[in-house]
Write a protein that binds this ligand. Structure first.
Ligand SMILES: C[S@@+](CC[C@H](N)C(=O)[O-])C[C@H]1O[C@@H](n2cnc3c(N)ncnc32)[C@H](O)[C@@H]1O
Length: 222
């Protein structure tokens, strides 16, 4: 198994995201992403109350979850993204039920076991993370979810136009225009769903490129 990208790449990506949000505030806009709209409906159907978002960026989706009535913890490695989220949460009077936390998903999740009902991560697992790091992260998601809890995540996949383009860092990670992406194979998705109930792998597109993604919904057994 590949151990994954050079640790310097992860550090360089952290700096890159920090500058990206500073130079392009609220770059993803104010509207929630389509996977977040879907996830909010799935979480509500399941009676979820506590939601964790990983890689929340400047928070277009965390704000949506909060407005939908969930108690939200939003994490990201970028302080500048989270500062914009915090500002918007204050302006929308959501701070009572939305907490932000700077956190690198290469580390253990800063939450107690079985403490949330839903976890959401849009384009986070496909960052500059090795397969080993992604596998450890999904185990951490299973730990913090209550039994029956739902994990909705999206990733760019090997059918994306940028798969194979730019600088290769091994382990299906390619860097293009300064952004490093781990392109997921279907086999990796299936492997990460072992021990879970895999509800859905839904293909969709986002942005102008367009980015080609899968939205995966999997549940912890009760
Ligand atoms: C493609 S952006 C998506 C942002 C947000 N989910 C959205 O769709 O608006 C990926 C996010 O992952 C964050 N990120 C990258 N590597 C990370 C890591 N190791 N730990 C935590 N967050 C990370 C970046 O700072 C960035 O906000």
């Amino acid at each position: 198994m590949t151990t994954g990208p050079d640790p310097d790449l992860a550090e360089q990506q952290r700096t890159h995201w920090q500058h990206t949000y500073t130079d392009h505030p609220r770059m993803y806009g104010h509207a929630p992403s389509s996977p977040a709209v879907h996830a909010a409906a799935v979480f509500a159907d399941a009676g979820a109350q506590d939601v964790l978002e990983l890689g929340a960026g400047h928070g277009r989706d965390a704000l949506h979850f909060s407005r939908a009535g969930f108690r939200v913890t939003a994490t990201d490695v970028s302080q500048s993204g989270l500062a914009q989220l915090q500002q918007d949460a204050e302006a929308q009077q959501l701070t009572g039920r939305l907490a932000t936390m700077a956190h690198d998903v290469r580390d253990s999740l800063p939450l107690a076991s079985a403490s949330v009902d839903g976890v959401f991560a849009h384009m986070l697992l496909c960052m500059a993370l090795s397969t080993t790091q992604i596998t450890a992260l999904v185990a951490e998601v299973a730990r913090v979810l209550r039994p029956g809890g739902t994990f909705v995540y999206t990733v760019r996949h090997t059918g994306d136009a940028h798969y194979g383009a730019g600088t290769s860092h091994g382990d299906d990670i390619f860097e293009h225009g300064g952004f490093a992406v781990h392109f997921f194979s279907r086999e990796l998705v299936e492997r990460l769903a072992r021990g879970w109930e895999l509800d859905e792998v839904h293909a969709f597109e986002e942005g102008d490129l367009p980015r080609r993604l899968w939205r995966i919904t999997q549940r912890r057994p009760r």
